[in-house]
Design a binder for this molecule. Structure first.
Ligand SMILES: C[S@@+](CC[C@H](N)C(=O)[O-])C[C@H]1O[C@@H](n2cnc3c(N)ncnc32)[C@H](O)[C@@H]1O
Length: 292
């Protein structure tokens, strides 16, 4: 597997190239830093010291739950809409499309968005998924076996607040249900690039909230515009999905923040529910750099 040429050394910022089973940096500081490629196919680019420990990412249970739920296709409309919004707003003729999915989890949406961008544009697509979770990066890399030849994807464990990605190398930065590292997006995005943010709308998973809580509350109405960016486009994806069995419902529950703040009574109702129709509502924001 080739690793994206825009990945950089988290230690010294030098460019990385593959030598056997490792990525080595260019050694511009006098020392070549070495990162072994894990057997699962990802590379650990978590920065040394404090930055590397800042966030350990989602745990194995979360990653497994997300894989189980997403592979049912329930959220495909979200990654389709995110890729469509990126292509619609990119607007510059290109030889290829380079993107980063910051906080890519187990890479399900990353892979779908890469393939869709390739289909929409007819261009080669080169992308990377970065997540603090090594389990997530491993799952992302494992899922890359059947990609079309024009799509190349790399997965790395990394801290998105210290992105191992070269300056101004990205056409598109995706952030789906993840923290937004505004300064790092600003550094790594080309001046004519786009930041596509997917955030839960106020009534996202409303029927699940009604099941879990006696007094369900709506979520935040609007995502804040990241510093240094302006809003270029916004749309909302709204669909009702049918969850056919309790194990899929439990997988959905486990991958949401509700998992950490649901009372026993709500968990009991969940375990007694055989199937559920659930409204999903995702806001897709497209931001550009402010000065353009
Ligand atoms: C809710 S999940 C969303 C995952 C994926 N984008 C999706 O929509 O399926 C948020 C992800 O952000 C990652 N994350 C949170 N803080 C991070 C950080 N500082 N650096 C890297 N990843 C981070 C978590 O490990 C988790 O996988």
């Amino acid at each position: 597997m080739d690793f994206s040429p825009f990945l950089i050394c988290p230690h010294c910022g030098g460019s990385l190239s593959r030598e056997g089973g490792s990525l080595l940096c260019d050694g511009h500081t006098g020392r070549r830093h070495c990162y072994d490629i894990a057997s699962a196919g990802y590379v650990n680019l978590l920065p040394p010291g404090k930055g590397g420990n800042a966030h350990t990412g989602d745990d194995a249970g979360m990653i497994t739950a997300r894989t189980a739920f997403l592979s049912g296709g329930y959220y495909d409309c979200i990654s389709d809409a995110a890729a469509d919004a990126a292509w619609k707003n990119l607007g510059h003729a290109k030889e290829d499309i380079r993107f980063c999915d910051a906080g890519s989890g187990e890479g399900y949406h990353t892979r779908r968005m890469a393939c869709r961008l390739g289909e929409l544009s007819g261009l080669p697509v080169m992308g990377c998924g970065i997540d603090a979770s090594k389990k997530g990066a491993a799952a992302g890399a494992k899922g890359c076996r059947n990609l079309p030849p024009s799509v190349s994807l790399s997965f790395a464990a990394g801290n998105i607040f210290s992105l191992p990605v070269a300056d101004r190398s990205m056409d598109v930065m995706f952030s789906l249900f993840a923290p937004i590292p505004a300064e790092e997006v600003s550094r790594t995005l080309r001046d004519d690039g786009v930041l596509v943010v997917v955030a839960a709308g106020p009534r996202h998973l409303w029927d699940l909230r009604c099941l879990l809580y006696d007094e369900p509350r709506e979520g935040n109405a609007e995502a804040a515009t990241p510093a240094g960016f302006v809003l270029a486009d916004k749309q909302t994806v709204r669909e009702r999905i049918h969850i056919p069995d309790n194990s899929t419902l439990q997988a959905l529950f486990t991958m949401t923040p509700f998992y950490y703040r649901t009372p026993e009574s709500g968990r009991a109702r969940l375990s007694e529910t055989a199937s559920l129709d659930v409204q999903i509502e995702a806001d897709i924001y497209v931001f550009r750099k402010e000065h353009l």
